[in-house]
Design a protein around this ligand. Structure first.
Ligand SMILES: Nc1ncnc2c1ncn2[C@@H]1O[C@H](COP(=O)(O)OP(=O)(O)OP(=O)(O)O)[C@@H](O)[C@H]1O
Length: 263
């Protein structure tokens, strides 16, 4: 069945080291806790280990030392309480739009009628109410990402783990997706972990931005932010982005990302 809903669930990495084979560690001493209702963005230079952190949280990888826990229980692999969204939407071209969204429910053994109802409802919430019977190949890149989001939410996950989900989209579509992601995050009360190369996107969407610096990957800086919540409350995103505190936070994050580059 779908995952049980625990409103206060916490997904955490505790003092995690990760080595691929015999190579030098990619991550060392990484500790990060994501509570439901939080939106954490992970930023850092290419190769700093961001995807490795997400893969650990998803249970695709196990730590070399340290722990990955949900509510104090060891994560031993992927689970329905954690949905993962990649840049490559992973939709199945031989299924129509609604069947793609309903796929996690089918895997959970839920009957055809109930899962179609949930899928159409979710498609409505991502602005694709009338598209359920269309083939995937008729969907644009932005529509495919929205279908991927709807599918990720179908099993009512406690955590949404997103690895550059908007990377392939044009700037306008990306902006529209920001509002949608924030609304879905708020309504599902999921804990979110987003990997992005855009500092602005991180500041705008998150409740907390975390910087990973490489060789080995360590968390060296954190910023608490509230711009996304203010946008959801009705404030103009352009005005929020031009606030002096937004610009100052962006500068601090740029400095943190490049802090050890000269060393
Ligand atoms: N399966 C693997 N086997 C060996 N090395 C790996 C593997 N996956 C990642 N690495 C190495 O680990 C380091 C961190 O990679 P990772 O993909 O986590 O970084 P990233 O910060 O997400 O990078 P990017 O921003 O470029 O996507 C890199 O040096 C990479 O080459």
């Amino acid at each position: 069945m779908t995952a049980p809903q625990r409103p206060d669930a916490v997904l955490s990495l505790g003092d995690v080291t990760l080595r691929y084979g015999a190579a030098a560690p990619v991550l060392a001493g990484v500790s990060l806790a994501i509570r439901r209702g939080e939106f954490v963005s992970l930023i850092g230079r290419s190769g700093s280990g961001k995807t490795t952190v997400l893969n650990l949280a998803a249970g695709f990888l196990g730590p070399s030392s340290g722990q990955v826990l949900i509510d104090g229980r060891s994560v031993r692999g992927p689970g329905p309480e954690r949905a993962v969204i990649f840049q490559d939407d992973g939709l199945l071209p031989w299924l129509n739009v609604a069947a793609n969204v309903a796929l996690p429910l089918k895997l959970a053994g839920i009957g055809a009628e109930a899962r179609r109802r949930v899928a159409l409802d979710l498609l409505g919430s991502v602005g694709l109410a009338d598209q359920g019977d269309k083939p995937i190949w008729q969907m644009s890149g932005g529509q495919r990402q929205r279908i991927g989001l709807a599918r990720a939410l179908a099993a009512r996950p406690e955590f949404l783990l997103m690895d550059e989900p908007l990377g392939a989209l044009d700037a306008m579509t990306r902006e529209r997706m920001h509002g949608l992601i924030l609304k879905l995050w708020r309504d599902s009360h999921a804990g979110a972990l987003l990997i992005t190369h855009s500092i602005e996107e991180a500041l705008f969407l998150s409740t907390r931005v975390v910087v990973l610096t490489p060789s080995p990957g360590r968390i060296t800086h954190e910023e608490k932010t509230l711009w996304g919540r203010r946008f959801l409350a009705g404030e103009d995103p352009r005005a929020l982005r031009s606030e002096p505190e937004f610009i100052a936070a962006r500068e601090r994050l740029v400095d943190a990302i490049h802090a050890r580059e000269a060393a």
